[in-house]
Design a protein around this ligand. Structure first.
Ligand SMILES: *Cc1c(COP(=O)(O)O)cnc(C)c1O
Length: 451
């Protein structure tokens, strides 16, 4: 390992606080930022980063924070992971861009082959590459509409699919994603989600009852024959790491099969080993028609994809899909490096180990502090939902206070959820266990202090 390499794997794996968080240099940069950057672009923790790697983010003031965010589930393989840097650097030195639609290159094809191999199901598949998750979801809808010659798209309560016009329409939560940004794309229908913690009929009946409601709404209000696609996150991300009750996803997938509806799994946050498997759908053996990926795919470089059944993917006419930068060669090289690292280091198993450590510790914390209403998630995608003790009433102020206390102690955590009352944890899959445990210690202290 090159000791002179900035950040990446050589960064010391230790939490270190040398100033208040944020420190004076970060506060100065925040001031400068406020005069240059639109305020609509917000920040969870305003420390300006100089280096990052393993489980550590280092700031301009010399503080080293434990990373429970991975830049929102992106740097699963770690920041500046060696195979990502090596392959991206080699590619940067050869050529930076030709546009795959003008003159192609092998790495795009190699990424498509990997996606076709890795995503659930052994049917014949095709892939198309894009820049962002939202763009991938938009294209999945375009492809499903072309394949079915239908228009309606069905999405779920608490869903998050992006910030472009169509994906805002697919996203459930108004503030901050949609407020004042309408009108939204038409032919989008929202149905209930099997959210066990909040299901009126109780968690035990949740999958069956919720699926029945979904099918009823689609049948009576939309018409199954009008539906091009059902789009769902196998574990909801921004919505609060909600695991749909077991049995819900297979029921919805079966309904789609029966009615010729394209079942789209949005694995943008859950994919690439995050939940302890390559893709979260595998947990219940669900085989989607189309899968959207992004975030964890390329170790931090912008890349996204739609992968799915060849006959559906190829329904879009020649020239109908693409974009100037989609499948940029540097991003493709990075993706091949990230996938190499996931395989070589068995990061699916690493995510399962992270999940076991987190769940044990957080469950004990929940026993002691009834403000934690539920601990949930899989692999390295774990959350706690905070409530008024003994109820399911959301406690967003508690979540914000715990997050703030964690940040002050050098632990980067994110919040989520329709009610803003969920603390979510997305450590890099390469985080040293010692740092993971130390991060949980900090979190426990913060919960104790606030509760
Ligand atoms: C982040 C996310 C998106 C949007 O991805 P961007 O790259 O931010 O456009 C879509 N769906 C899910 C499930 C996500 O987590």
């Amino acid at each position: 390992m090159d000791a002179a390499q900035p950040g990446g794997p050589s960064l010391p794996q230790e939490r270190r606080l040398v100033t208040a968080i944020p420190g004076p240099k970060s506060r100065e940069l925040t001031e400068r930022r406020s005069r240059a950057v639109a305020r609509g672009v917000s920040t969870t923790l305003p420390v300006f980063v100089t280096r990052a790697g393993g489980g550590i983010v280092e700031d301009v003031d010399g503080n080293a924070l434990i990373d429970f965010g991975s830049g929102i589930a992106v740097t699963g393989v770690g920041n500046s992971a060696e195979p990502v840097v090596r392959r991206a650097r080699e590619q940067l030195e050869r050529f930076t861009h030709t546009c795959f639609m003008v003159t192609p290159y092998e790495s795009y094809v190699a990424v498509a082959e990997e996606l076709n191999r890795l995503t659930p199901g052994d049917h014949d598949k095709r892939s198309a590459l894009f820049n962002s998750g939202a763009e991938a979801v938009e294209n999945a809808v375009k492809i499903a509409r072309a394949a079915t010659r239908r228009q309606a798209v069905v999405v779920f309560d608490h869903a998050y699919h992006g910030r472009t016009n169509l994906t805002m329409a697919l996203t459930a939560k108004n503030m901050p994603y949609k407020e004042s940004f309408g009108p939204f794309a038409p032919e989008v229908y929202r149905v209930p989600l099997a959210y066990p913690f909040r299901w009126p009929g109780g968690a035990a009946n949740c999958a069956r009852e919720a699926a029945a409601q979904v099918i009823d709404v689609i049948t009576t209000q939309v018409g199954a024959d009008n539906v091009a696609a059902v789009v769902i996150e196998p574990i909801l991300g921004e919505g609060g790491f909600i695991e749909p009750a077991r049995g819900f996803l297979p029921r919805i997938a079966q309904f789609c099969r029966t009615h010729g509806i394209v079942f789209v799994a949005d694995e943008i946050q859950t994919g690439f080993c995050r939940t302890g498997q390559w893709f979260a759908c595998e947990d219940e053996g669900v085989v989607p028609d189309l899968v959207t990926t992004a975030k964890g795919i390329a170790g931090g470089l912008p890349l996204a994809a739609v992968t799915g059944r060849a006959e559906i993917m190829d329904a879009a006419h020649v020239g109908g899909l693409g974009g100037t930068y989609g499948g940029n060669p540097v991003a493709c090289a990075a993706a091949l490096g990230a996938i190499e690292e996931m395989r070589a280091s068995a990061l699916d198993a690493a995510a399962r180990r992270i999940g076991a450590v987190m769940k044990a510790r957080l469950s004990a914390l929940a026993e002691a502090h009834p403000v934690i209403g539920e601990v949930r998630g899989r692999g390295a995608m774990i959350a706690v939902e905070l409530v008024a003790p003994g109820t399911t009433d959301p406690a967003p102020a508690v979540a914000a206070a715990v997050a703030k206390a964690c940040h002050a102690e050098g632990l980067l955590v994110l919040t989520a959820g329709t009610y803003g009352n969920v603390l979510r944890f997305l450590p890099p899959l390469v985080i040293p266990e010692r740092l993971l445990v130390e991060g949980l210690d900090v979190l426990a202290g913060a919960v104790r202090g606030v509760a």
